[in-house]
Write a protein that binds this ligand. Structure first.
Ligand code: FPP
Ligand code: ZN
Length: 419
């Protein structure tokens, strides 16, 4: 209690937030269990029924920890996650991945990124050659058609983004250089008069496609005035009355789109003064739920580990701007380690009673990193990380939240292309 009061007083006094020692995790858990459940209201709906199921599962897990006096934060199974990722990169994909046939470049990014976040250096592994050879099979017409998600498929901005991040992770900059001017032409062919980009020939434009184009442009040093023309005003229109960002103007705010929208301001080197920051903070902090400690993607929906990054990354970006902490790091970490981690086979899942997958493994690790580091930035794209001392160290790498990469990777690529 005393620690909590000191913590709050320090925040109110406006002290440097990374020097403040947040409350102890065990007390945190009691606090999380101390409020009535959200779903305990006296009317029925499908959403409440689902919320109630999640709350009773999570409540059971946390109550069990409290009853058995187990320490909740000392079991990050780093080796098991490493084995899970390496196994996934080397064995044929299980049958239920057939629905991912347009996501080959994404799967490479999720697994390679997870490996790097766990401290493995892909460029030192023989795996690097396999990864690069695989990506070459996805490059369409030397980049003139972008990069696809699967062999013989259409080039797609999101698949291109994932493939390029993978090449950045393994530091294969020469290959990127050889296709960068073709990629520029291809992306310009996707640019619309209103400033947005469509995902692919005849495709849809949204905050995801804008983010993917700007990430590629920023990494490969392609962000000239023609490229960025109209981007800021288009993305500004996607902030909704709730405060988060939607896919396109006039639709519902969502964590995935909000991540993309907010990151666009950084990529365009525009301050968050260019959006409604108060509303954004209000909507973002409402994504963290009292009992679960995890984050949801939108109002009245369920927590899911992947929002540890889609929303956790938004928190990180906001923190660099307002220079104060805006979420409960311990609670997010408690959710990720106790409700999403598979401590036997390795990997992470959305929530209890679901199956681990590559996507949730990558975004949970990125989320864990957001919960373990404080984010500060002078120059919008140069991050200065401070370890958050209260959390036991899981040894997950610090990240650059704008790119969703371990810290240093995007920076090395930008340096290569700026020379
Ligand atoms: C809703 O899913 C999901 C969306 C509306 C879009 C999510 C967008 C992202 C995750 C961002 C993608 C980013 C890039 C870079 C391509 P749902 O209804 O199943 O989930 P929910 O119930 O949690 O809202
Ligand atoms: Zn998810």
């Amino acid at each position: 209690m005393e620690d909590q009061i000191k913590y709050l007083i320090n925040i109110i006094k406006g002290n440097d937030f990374h020097d403040v020692k947040p409350p102890n995790i065990y007390n945190n858990l009691k606090k999380m269990l101390g409020k009535p459940l959200v779903a305990n209201v006296d009317y029925d709906s499908e959403t409440l029924e689902k919320q109630s199921e999640v709350e009773s599962m999570v409540n059971g897990i946390y109550q069990d920890i409290l009853d058995s006096h187990r320490h909740i934060n000392n079991h990050f199974e780093i080796e098991k996650h490493g084995e899970f990722v390496n196994r996934s990169l080397t064995i044929p994909l299980p049958g239920y991945y057939k629905g991912y046939d347009a996501n080959h470049s994404w799967m490479l990014y999720w697994l390679t990124n997870a490996n790097c976040l766990l401290g493995q250096q892909e460029n030192e592994l023989e795996m690097k050659d396999l990864i690069v050879e695989k990506i070459k099979t996805l490059i369409v017409d030397n980049g003139k058609g972008g990069i696809s998600g699967g062999a013989n498929q259409l080039g797609h901005l999101a698949s291109s983004y994932a493939a390029i991040l993978t090449l950045v992770l393994v530091e294969e900059f020469d290959l990127l250089k050889s296709i960068s001017s073709n990629l520029y032409q291809w992306m310009m062919s996707l640019k619309q008069d209103d400033g947005s980009f469509i995902m692919h020939y005849n495709g849809e434009a949204d905050t995801r496609s804008m983010y993917c184009a700007l990430v590629i442009g920023s990494l490969l040093n392609l962000l000239n005035d023609d490229f960025t023309h109209g981007c800021l005003s288009w993305v500004q229109k996607c902030q909704t009355y709730e405060g988060g960002f939607a896919g396109v103007p006039g639709t519902e705010a969502h964590g995935g789109y909000t991540f993309c929208g907010v990151a666009c301001f950084f990529l365009l080197n525009k301050s968050l003064d260019n959006l409604n920051i108060d509303k954004l903070i209000r909507w973002s902090v409402a994504r963290q739920y009292q009992l679960e400690g995890g984050l949801s993607g939108r109002a009245n929906k369920l927590v899911d580990a992947c929002y540890g990054f889609w929303i956790g990354g938004v928190y990180a970006m906001i923190e660099t701007f307002i220079k104060a902490p805006i979420f409960d790091r311990d609670s997010l970490k408690i959710y990720l380690l106790n409700c999403a981690q598979d401590s036997v086979k390795g990997g992470f899942k959305d929530k209890p009673n679901t199956r681990v997958d590559f996507y949730h493994t990558n975004y949970s690790l990125l989320g864990l990193s957001c919960s373990e580091y404080n984010f500060e930035s002078g120059d919008l794209l140069a991050y200065d990380f401070k370890t958050n001392e209260i959390n036991d160290d899981t040894n997950v790498s610090p990240i650059n939240p704008v790119f969703g990469l371990p810290h240093g990777k995007a920076e090395a690529c930008r340096k290569y292309f700026n020379n």
